[in-house]
Write a protein that binds this ligand. Structure first.
Ligand SMILES: [Zn+2]
Length: 757
């Protein structure tokens, strides 16, 4: 046995486990399963991933307890984030997504992601995670897509899918929507106009959107306006007098302008959210070309005078329309003042530099109430338990809002919504495609089909936008020649929300039958709503059973000073560097000891270093036993003092077994880790072993102490798997124990003190 423990041998130990198929479920015990929250396929490991050590502790412990245990890994396609990375890569070659048809772009991203995957898998292995790699799942595997399609079909059959407008970031120049992630912002100076609007003065930089106003909003606690709340007022709109309701909402900033806000749901994301909350109409006044289009408004206000005003702004650019509206209020004497030097942040297209226009476009929605109610009940009735319990109230609050879920994304990289539109039944489908000569062409189906074959359009298809009223067919394959596919993909949370179904191969898979519902879902609290709640809803909806019995919300990993890690702050710690320097075991236990669920835990080099010394301590105890055995053991020997010490250590070990097991049962990982550390270092090594040293040549004494040490290795194994297994193998080589794998040994139970004569 080497003099010191060398953590660089960890990879050999991992291979030993893998070759023994030790991570695959064994035996006929009660099933116990955990699903790893899927990291992005082309990502690399970050500090947060290291917290999944909680899951490894649980599965290693349950495996040793004789459960039929499995921990299933997988990776996410990460929708827009991956597409974004790929587009940056394209930009380096002077290209963009607009140079490709949809199918080609998808295939290219697929290849790119595949070429850049695998790193995270190696890194998870470096952390010692006992994941069953034979069961790994990728979010775009065909069986995953199949399940996602089935769920969508069932939702549609049950009337839970509908189409409606949703606000998106739209670039009129590029003719496409952008994800929040890729919108860039810049500060810009624009005039702020103060306009007399009924009894109020409102402040706006975009008077041209006033055609689409559907309410006036104030803060509920603003004393200036409290008497108006719930009433309606007549205001001078840009098309003449109109009546608007006055609503109150906490989100209104009392200090901004006059504290009164116009609500223009179709052209501002905040106003859109307000409209959904307060059930206001959404009236679009700017079209996808960035021009004023008042068809929706003129339908509402059908007088000659209005029609006349309407025609003067129809089809103007937003900038020109703004001038017209300002002129209108000036003439009416309603323009109170102009702040010429108002600076604000505007959203800009990263590609063209054009201003992003928030627009409402057709989208797919899921009705939430029928899904959320059973999910709320599941937690209320204890079918799903939260650790810590304080997160339950957040869960109820989010789900209880019943805000319908917009599930379509205008991206290529994802699972395409399995919907098809007949071009003959829907002549007004808005289509963008690449022609044979590579030219980007946009138009309605009717316009384009007058000159182009449907085959050419289908081949070069980039984007299709169907009106809300369009007729469609849900199908995983093309229904017939005259159909074009929906080009929107599912929100990534829609597919990852089915992770327990897809990884276990619902409904016919053996794993589904054995392991559903899974035991514990462990993740960070920040995706409680996005992911955890969605899995509970969709799991219950498809199977009638919850997908997991316990939700454990682990700590957020911070830097040594307790600051959130971020690239911009430059305080990001790469966990793999720490592993290379001090070993995975030391990192693992340092993230567990002293952490409480839901609260931050600092990743500190000093702390990790301290636990590296603990590995050495463990190693030295093993060397002591091996050397003692080499010196030879004597059969007899009787000393009342040592009998007492032995009895004490057996007693203490029994207490330790009970306590560690109980703490693990209650998800008190820190308590379990700390008591193990304290017992091994202080009670065992520094005290009992010191006291008994001179009697250790006696076989009886040696056996008692050695047995205690083996118990410690077993109890510590889930926390520090590499060093404990390395020692186990060394003890096997020294013939102190039979050659087995520690990972496969049984969890210790209490020993009686009968070993003492
Ligand atoms: Zn653009």
């Amino acid at each position: 046995m080497d003099k010191t423990y060398d953590h660089r041998l960890e990879s050999k130990i991992y291979a030993l486990w893998e070759n023994a198929h030790a991570f695959e479920p064994q035996g006929d015990g009660e099933p116990y399963s955990i699903l790893l929250p899927p990291p992005n396929a082309n990502a690399s490991l970050h500090a947060g991933h290291a917290m999944y050590v909680i899951e490894d502790i649980l599965v290693r412990w349950k495996r040793m307890q004789g459960y039929k245990t499995v921990w299933i890994p997988g990776t996410d396609h990460a929708g827009y984030e991956s597409q974004y990375v790929y587009e940056k890569h394209l930009a380096k070659q002077g290209k963009s997504r607009f140079d490709f048809d949809r199918e080609t772009l998808y295939n290219d991203i697929f290849t790119f992601v595949r070429e850049n995957s695998g790193l995270i898998e190696d890194q998870l292995k470096k952390l010692g995670f006992s994941l069953d790699w034979s069961r790994k799942t990728f979010m775009l595997d065909s069986h995953v897509v199949e399940t996602v399609y089935k769920t969508f079909e069932k939702l549609a059959q049950d009337g839970l899918i509908y189409r409606d407008h949703y606000i998106v970031n739209y670039c009129p120049k590029c003719g496409t929507t952008f994800a929040d992630l890729e919108v860039t912002y810049k500060d810009q100076q624009d005039p702020m106009y103060y306009i007399q609007y009924g009894p109020f003065v409102i402040a706006t930089v975009r008077p041209e959107t006033m055609y689409g106003d559907t309410a006036i909003a104030v803060h509920p606690a603003d004393p200036r306006y409290s008497a108006w709340i719930g009433k309606s007022v007549e205001v001078e709109g840009p098309l003449g007098p109109t009546t608007l309701p006055i609503i109150a909402d906490d989100e209104i900033d009392m200090a901004f302008g006059t504290g009164v806000m116009k609500v223009t749901p179709a052209h501002d994301p905040h106003d859109f959210a307000l409209a959904k909350k307060h059930h206001l109409p959404v009236i679009s006044v700017i079209n996808t070309r960035g021009k004023i289009e008042l068809s929706a408004v003129s339908n509402l206000s059908n007088t000659n005078a209005r029609a006349e005003t309407t025609s003067t702004v129809q089809n103007l650019s937003t900038a020109d329309a703004r001038k017209k509206v300002v002129e209108y209020y000036k003439e009416k004497g309603l323009l109170v003042k102009i702040d010429e030097k108002y600076t604000h942040r505007v959203a800009v297209c990263y590609k063209s530099g054009h201003l992003i226009e928030p627009l409402v476009l057709p989208n797919w929605f899921i009705k939430m109430k029928p899904l959320a109610e059973p999910a709320i009940n599941a937690v209320r009735t204890g079918k799903v338990k939260f650790f810590p319990t304080r997160f339950e109230s957040q869960y109820y609050e989010w789900l209880g809002k019943f805000i319908d879920w917009p599930i379509s994304r205008q991206t290529v990289w994802g699972i395409r919504i399995p919907v098809w539109y007949s071009t003959t039944e829907n002549p007004d489908l808005a289509i963008t495609y690449l022609s044979k000569t590579g030219e980007r062409i946009t138009g309605t189906a009717q316009e384009l089909l007058a000159t182009t074959s449907l085959e050419e359009i289908a081949k070069g298809l980039q984007q299709l936008r169907a009106p809300i009223t369009a007729k469609y067919v849900i199908s995983s394959t093309k229904p017939s020649d005259e159909y074009l596919p929906e080009t929107d993909t599912f929100d990534t949370w829609f597919s990852s929300g089915q992770w327990p179904l897809t990884t276990l191969k619902y409904p016919e898979g053996e794993d589904f039958k054995t392991f559903y519902p899974t035991a514990v879902l462990d993740t960070m609290w920040d995706i409680l709503f996005f992911w955890v709640a969605r899995m509970i809803m969709l799991g219950l909806y498809m199977t009638g059973e919850v997908p997991f019995k316990t939700v454990y919300l682990h700590s957020m990993v911070t830097d040594e000073k307790g600051q959130k890690m971020s690239k911009s702050k430059g305080n990001v710690i790469n966990p793999i560097e720490i592993v290379d320097q001090f070993g995975a075991d030391a990192l693992r236990i340092s993230l567990v000891a002293g952490s409480t669920p839901g609260n931050p835990i600092a990743m500190s080099r000093e702390k990790v270093k301290g636990y590296r010394n603990f590995s050495n301590k463990l190693w030295n105890i093993a060397r002591f036993f091996i050397m003692q055995q080499e010196k030879g053991l004597e059969e007899s020997g009787d000393s009342s003092a040592i009998v007492e010490t032995s009895a004490q250590i057996i007693e203490k070990t029994n207490t330790l077994i009970t306590s560690v097991t109980k703490n693990l049962d209650r998800f008190r990982f820190s308590d379990a880790a700390l008591e193990l550390y304290d017992f091994i270092w202080n009670d065992f090594a520094n005290t009992a072993l010191e006291q008994a040293k001179e009697f250790m040549h006696q076989k009886e004494t040696f056996e008692v102490f050695f047995e205690t040490y083996l118990t410690c290795l077993k109890l510590l194994h889930p926390f520090m798997p590499f060093v404990t297994e390395s020692i186990w193998q060394e003890l096997g080589t020294a013939k102190l124990i039979d050659r087995t794998l520690l990972i496969q040994t049984a969890w210790p139970t209490q020993k009686r003190a009968k070993m003492i004569k």
